[in-house]
Every structure is written in C-alpha cells, then in structure tokens.
Design a protein around this ligand. Structure first.
Ligand SMILES: [Cu+2]
Length: 465
C-alpha cells in the first residue's frame, strides 16, 4: 500500500528489541511498555505501564513539536498504544488490526507526525483488555498559552483497579444470569421511572497516578498561586465526578480543547474524557485534595495539593455518601472557544447504541445496520446522531477527528469540541466533525467491556482504503 511509504511507520512484527540500540540515532522519544509493581492497599500488584527510559511516566511535548516516538514493547504479549485525542495519519493511530498490526512482544514501532491538536491527551493500549491492566499514561501537548502563562501544571490520571484479571471480569459479565439479576439494558420498570445502571463492574480500588488515598500523590504548590490541573479519566469502566471540595475552580478545556470558562466545585469526567481546571491555592495554607469520585459510588481516589508547611490529612477511600449519576447539564452549558466553521451538514448519520436483554451483548448500529461503517467523503461536514436505546450511559469516542457537540435531544447548541462524549440512557446526542483525515477509524464506546462486547464501529473514507 502506498500509504505505508508515505507515512513512516515500522511496525515491529518479529523485530528483536535490538532495534532499541538504534533509538539514540534518531531524534525520537522512547516509550516502553513494561511490567511494573504498584502497591494497592498495602499489597503489591503487578501491572503494565508506559515509561520513558529515565522512568518518566507518559510524555509531555510542547506546541509545535512533532510526535516522534519509538514505542518499544517489552511485554511478553503483542501490544501497542493509541494516542487518544491526537489526530495522526490513520496508520499511526495505534489500533491493532485496524490502523496497523500490533507491536510484537520484543518489537518496536516508530511514529512521526505533528503533535496535534495541543492540550491534555493520553495514551492507552487498544489491544484486548490490556487497558484494564493499567497500560495507559498521560500524553500532554502543552499549549503556547499554557507555557507563556507560567502556571504550575499538575497532571492526574484516574483509573479503576481490580485484583481480578480483566479476563475474569469480562467472563463474569458475560455469564448468563437469572432474569431477576439481569441488568434491564433496555427495559422500563413497572413504576414508569427509568431504571439506570451505573456500574456493571465492582472495583477494589480507584487510583490517582497509580496511588490510592492511603498514600496519595502529593504536589507542592505555592500559597496564593494559580495551578492548572490536567485531569484524565483513564479508567476502563468508571465515570467520575471531580470534586474540588471547598475550593472553586475554573474549567478552561475539555478533552484538551479550550471552552468558555466555567466556575464550579464539581465537574463530571466520563471515561476517557479530560478536564483542565485552574485553581487558586488559598492564602491560608491548607492542603487541598482533588478527588475523583466514582459515579453512583462512595469510592474515591485523589491527589493532594500541598502549600509549603501544610499538613496532609488522611482522606478516606470511601466518602460518606455516594455520588449521583453523571448527566449532560454541564455539557449543554459548555461553549467551544474554537468551534467548527459554520457550514451546512453534508450528511447526518443515525447511530443507535444497543444492548440485548439476554447476556452481555452491547452493540451499535449505523443507519440501522450492525457492522456498517459510517462512510464519509473527504471534505464533508458529517453529523453523528447517537441515540442511546439502553439503560447505561456510553462514553462515545471517535478516533482521528475532533468533533463538536451540537445537540442533546431536541436542544441544539454550539457546544464543546471533544473526542469523547457521554451519551446517557435513553438520550440522543448530536456531534459534528469535518472529514479531513482520510482513513479507517475506530468509533466506539470507551467503556472497555462494552467495546469488547460489541459496541464498536468504524468511520471509513470512500475510495481510500
Ligand atoms: Cu458503553
């Protein structure tokens, strides 16, 4: 295929790790997929991770940089990374079997493209259920404005943790269940009030930067100074509320893309979404927790901002009360700073999110057909009309493009530019994007188990692949 020449990518199928020795020869950052041990509730847990050779977690670039990376797979299994929120040429998107082959155990792959769009992105494995094994890390492209502001930046990624293997979790989910215990994926109970299912996996812990609240990551900050939080929901299947406690913050970007500022203490953060929030550290000098509280749960994780000399109080892993469900009240109020250009929609594509009553079978239909891609022509303005026919919320992610949220049910508005939007139960969400990045792109629910159970589709450019 001509593309493989045009875009320099060496998928390291069968190549030995001796390729690593040459990494110094090219001006590339090296990212390694490794096995490491973290501590959860005082017990060691062996999990995957993404580190630079000097131990740095993930990657921070500056606006204008190229994403010039060699990815070394030091795991014993085929793997890879998807650069979530960046819009690379499709062969470099890191989705095994769709954008290219997986990276073989001991092999490597090279990537080189402009690191765009800027902002808070992240990286994670798109291979099987590896994301649940914590194969994810922050990927930040610092905006010129952020660099010029001189604000201290604190990156926090929140994840869900289980002592069970992801395969065990998935097997348990897929087991046939008695009718009474079956989640009513598309049912209305006799009361008439819709029953919502918030979480179908029960986790043992939530993590912030790999740590529980028993031993949280603590960041030193200056009294009275502003700090820019770059918060990432890297969980496999948990939506969070970001809780700033007594502190009010200003939301300035979602999914890395600037929004008109929104003040608040509580912000929804669905699976795979990001939020940039600026907080001012009070002059009184108290330490400030930034919590991620599981949707519908009391369980929480968090980091602590500590002014010089402040004591850090123990924060319980379980709050007194469970949080409510995430909704779209905040989403509807968001306004993009850089919206899509005004132009008519060339095609509007109905996409239904579906769940079967029996078994754990999730799906999505395009124009009413399972497994049909969203076919687009380069240059089109495309609208996706996502109708959730199920009783669970689905964080829907489109690869390779940034979209603008343009409507919820009957309401139209020029909303945020994102790459992942939450579609709550029995709700229709509209997004629009410009078909400007030819390829064959993943388009799916970012709940790992929903995706694995079939809620996965593609966007295909006509005449391209
Ligand atoms: Cu889903």
């Amino acid at each position: 295929m001509e593309l493989s020449r045009r875009y320099f990518i060496a998928a390291g199928a069968g190549l030995a790790a001796s390729g690593a020795a040459r990494a110094q020869d090219v001006a590339r950052k090296v990212l390694r997929l490794e096995t490491r041990t973290i501590e959860v509730d005082g017990k060691p847990a062996s999990r995957y991770g993404v580190f630079q050779p000097d131990g740095t977690w993930g990657l921070v670039l500056n606006e204008g940089d190229r994403f010039a990376v060699r990815l070394e797979n030091r795991l014993a299994v085929p793997s890879g990374l998807h650069w979530h929120g960046l819009n690379p040429p499709w062969r470099q998107d890191g989705v095994p079997f769709l954008s290219g082959p997986p990276v073989a155990a001991g092999g490597f792959a090279d990537y080189d493209f402009p690191a765009l769009p800027t902002g808070t992105r992240w990286m994670h494995s798109h291979m099987g259920l590896q994301e649940q094994e914590l194969l994810a890390a922050p990927l930040i492209v610092r905006e010129k404005s952020a660099i010029a502001s001189g604000l201290q930046e604190v990156v926090a990624m929140f994840e869900d943790f289980s002592w069970r293997t992801p395969a065990q979790i998935f097997e348990e989910l897929r087991k046939p269940k008695p009718m009474a215990a079956m989640p009513p994926m598309a049912a209305m109970p006799a009361t008439g009030a819709p029953h919502m299912d918030l979480n179908d996996v029960t986790y043992d812990a939530f993590l912030a930067n790999d740590r529980t609240l028993a031993d949280p990551a603590v960041f030193d900050v200056e009294r009275g100074a502003e700090v820019r939080l770059r918060l990432i929901n890297g969980a496999a299947s948990t939506n969070f509320w970001i809780d700033l406690g007594a502190l009010e913050g200003t939301l300035i970007a979602v999914d890395g893309n600037p929004v008109q500022p929104v003040r608040g203490r509580l912000f929804p953060l669905a699976i795979a979404q990001r939020a940039d929030i600026v907080v001012r550290i009070p002059a009184d000098g108290a330490a400030l927790p930034v919590l991620a509280r599981g949707e519908g749960l009391a369980r929480q994780a968090g980091i602590v901002l500590r002014p010089r000399g402040a004591a850090v109080a123990r924060i319980p892993a379980m709050a007194e009360r469970a949080t409510p469900a995430l909704g779209l009240v905040e989403e509807i109020a968001l306004r993009a700073v850089q919206p899509l250009a005004t132009r008519p929609v060339d095609q509007s594509v109905p996409v239904d999110l579906t769940g079967a009553m029996t078994g754990y079978a999730w799906g999505m239909t395009v124009r009413g057909l399972q497994a049909l891609p969203v076919t687009v022509d380069k240059g089109q303005r495309v609208e996706l009309v996502m109708r959730n026919t199920t009783m669970m919320a689905h964080p829907m992610h489109l690869h390779g493009h940034s979209f603008q949220v343009t409507g919820v049910n009957d309401q139209r508005f020029p909303g945020a530019v994102r790459d992942t939007v939450l579609v709550p139960p029995m709700t229709t969400v509209r997004v629009a994007f410009d078909a400007d990045n030819p390829g064959l792109w993943a388009y799916h629910c970012h709940n790992l188990y929903h995706m694995a159970a079939g809620m996965f589709a593609t966007v295909a450019y006509r005449g391209f692949t």
